[in-house]
Write a protein that binds this ligand. Structure first.
Ligand code: CP
Ligand code: NVA
Length: 311
């Protein structure tokens, strides 16, 4: 029996309980294996707001909404001009009158919270400065497929302790992952995120944060990286290139991990910065399976939010 998520928001991965996370992953795996999820969005419209660029998130959500019988409406910032032409709350109230849900990629998590507070229908975080929960749902499915389990998986995240890392911290706490963060001083996840993850943890999760990769990589199952310069941080690119230079996921760094370790990246990759062509295109990379899984987890998430796929 799947957990019911009907009518809920997903702003943070920490909004989920451990059984709800497991239900999304189970249903995503079933859908990927051929299970039909029906048309719970028949007659419904879902608004997708993109204040930042996207490839995977927008296309996978549009396809998922369509497959579930709904009509996706993508809105880009030159049109909505969030916070300039209209406040986030007013945009939300209006979309709520026409559509049955909002998927939003916003610069500021506070604006996302304002949208959710003003909306009656579900609001899904499609990436904010604080989190990227849909990405990490796909990541969890990918780890589970690759290792046959999520609980106890040794996942080493190398890079900035920001949005993707924060969602991973919550998922790791919920699912009992041994999560290792390798980041330069000054780029650790915020204290409040670490405290919240600590409160979520059921006891079998493990967390370490270091600046040097060797110890974390020695017996890791997964080597995970993200861009050094996230969207909106472009003015910091030079400094970040220097600060992260020793953490490039290249063949030498990957050699510190077991041969069986697999490489993940949420994409888009800045090839030649945080990861080299040889690694991302190499035999240990599973990044394109990971990207595909965005579709399956979002299908499952929408099916559970809108009442289908429960059984
Ligand atoms: N990983 C991810 O969210 O990709 P996009 O920015 O292309 O949506
Ligand atoms: N940390 C990256 C993730 C992109 C999917 C960013 O925020 O740009």
């Amino acid at each position: 029996m799947s957990a019911s998520l009907r009518g809920r928001d997903l702003l943070s991965l920490a909004d989920l309980s451990a059984p709800e996370l497991a239900s999304i992953l189970d249903l995503a795996a079933a859908a990927k294996g051929g299970r039909q999820l029906g048309r719970p969005l028949e007659g419904s419209a879902i608004a997708l707001i993109f204040q930042r660029p996207s490839n995977r998130t927008r296309v996978s959500f549009e396809v998922a909404v369509h497959r579930l019988g709904g009509h996706p409406i993508a809105l880009f910032n030159p049109e909505v001009q969030l916070g300039e032409r209209e406040s986030p709350a007013d945009i939300s109230r209006i979309l709520d009158r026409y559509a049955d849900g909002i998927v939003a990629r916003l610069i500021s998590h506070r604006d996302l919270e304002a949208i959710a507070a003003a909306a009656v229908s579900p609001v899904i975080n499609a990436l904010s400065d604080a989190e990227h929960p849909c990405q990490v749902l796909a990541d969890c499915l990918t780890v589970r497929e690759t290792l046959g389990r999520l609980q106890g998986a040794r996942v080493t995240y190398i890079g900035d302790g920001n949005n993707v890392c924060a969602s991973w911290l919550y998922a790791a706490a919920l699912a009992g992952v041994d999560f290792r963060i390798v980041c330069p001083p000054g780029y650790q996840p915020p204290e409040h995120v670490l405290r919240r993850a600590g409160r979520l943890g059921g006891g079998d999760a493990a967390l370490s944060i270091t600046a040097e990769p060797a110890d974390a990589l020695r017996d890791t199952d997964i080597v995970y990286t993200d861009v050094w310069t996230s969207m909106g941080q472009e003015t910091e690119q030079q400094r970040r290139r220097q600060d992260f230079a020793h953490l490039q996921v290249n063949e030498a760094l990957l050699a510190l991990a077991p041969h069986s370790a697999r490489v993940m990246h949420c994409l888009p990759a800045h090839r030649g910065e945080e990861i080299t062509d040889a690694v991302i295109d190499g035999p240990q990379s599973i990044v394109f399976d990971q990207a595909e899984n965005r579709l399956w987890v979002q299908l499952a998430l929408l099916a559970l939010l809108y009442g289908g796929g429960v059984g």
